[in-house]
Design a protein around this ligand. Structure first.
Ligand SMILES: NC(=O)c1ccc[n+]([C@@H]2O[C@H](COP(=O)([O-])OP(=O)(O)OC[C@H]3O[C@@H](n4cnc5c(N)ncnc54)[C@H](OP(=O)(O)O)[C@@H]3O)[C@@H](O)[C@H]2O)c1
Length: 245
């Protein structure tokens, strides 16, 4: 098993990589903080990874995602699974008035992620096997005032990955979009993180890992978010507009 992690400094990604490591995978960690990548690499080796490599890359600005991904795969002798995990929440309030900040949220979470996903899809289709696993968000299921720019990027990513899964039908490879609910990671630092709806990165990682191997093209993490989002999506706007969510 050879895994490429795009955004390996993500807490959810690092937890997921631990599950691959326990199975003896060879892993390439891609991110932009060499020290943290090295720390994660050391951790994964202790946990059983066959081999761990690191690559520095600002993933939001791929020059040629297709060539770069091919180069990443060559570093570890090929690619079986690719996990796309990087992202930013951004500051919704600031981004509404500063369109450069809004564009940054869209560029990081959608444009660049779409480029990597399309590059991965081509590579997986050529080899006729493997998995593309992309982390989206429940925020993409219905736009709400608190974070609809981030949500719009994740909604776009959801449509893209679902489309890739459709393209792959009966061809061998898989594509799956994971939609986590609120999770205790640095991305949500400063929020009130008490309450039963908050997940740990370990809980989300288990779902990411298992859905990389089997299941449909969309997975909520934890699974109860499928029901919550079904209700939220179907609320009439006169009810939804009164809610502070
Ligand atoms: N936490 C949640 O509540 C939650 C809920 C739903 C979905 N998600 C999604 O889950 C994924 C993982 O997030 P997380 O919760 O694990 O948060 P996290 O620990 O804060 O990880 C996000 C990572 O993205 C990396 N990143 C951002 N821009 C990058 C770039 N241009 N190039 C390379 N790396 C970049 C950051 O690296 P640096 O440290 O270098 O900035 C950071 O390590 C994200 O896609 C997020 O949108 C999270």
């Amino acid at each position: 098993m050879r895994l490429i992690v795009l955004g390996a400094t993500s807490t959810i990604a690092a937890e997921t990589a631990r599950l691959y490591a326990a199975d003896g995978a060879t892993i390439l960690l891609v991110g932009r903080d060499q020290d943290r990548l090295q720390q994660t690499a050391a951790d994964l080796k202790i946990r059983g990874a066959e081999r761990v490599e690191t690559a520095i890359c600002d993933l939001a600005a791929p020059e040629d995602a297709q060539q770069q991904l091919a180069d990443f795969a060559a570093r570890i002798g090929g690619m079986d699974h690719v996990l796309l995990a990087y992202g930013i929440l951004g500051d919704q309030g600031a981004a509404e008035n500063n369109l450069i900040a809004a564009e940054e949220i869209l560029r990081v979470n959608f444009n660049s992620a779409a480029a990597w996903s399309l590059a991965a899809a081509n590579m997986l289709e050529r080899q006729g096997r493997g998995s593309l696993v992309v982390i989206g968000s429940v925020a993409g299921d219905r736009g709400r005032r608190a974070n609809f720019i981030y949500g719009a990027a994740k909604a776009g990513l959801a449509a893209l990955v679902e489309g890739i899964a459709h393209r792959f039908a009966d061809k061998g490879p898989r594509a799956v979009l994971i939609k986590p609910g609120p999770t205790v990671t640095p991305m949500t630092e400063g929020m009130n993180r008490s309450g039963a709806l908050w997940a740990t990165p370990q809980q989300v990682a288990k779902i990411v890992y298992s859905r990389a191997f089997k299941g449909g093209p969309v997975a909520y993490a934890p699974g109860f978010w499928r029901v919550i989002m079904l209700v939220i999506r179907n609320l009439p706007s006169f009810v939804f507009n009164r809610m502070e969510i």
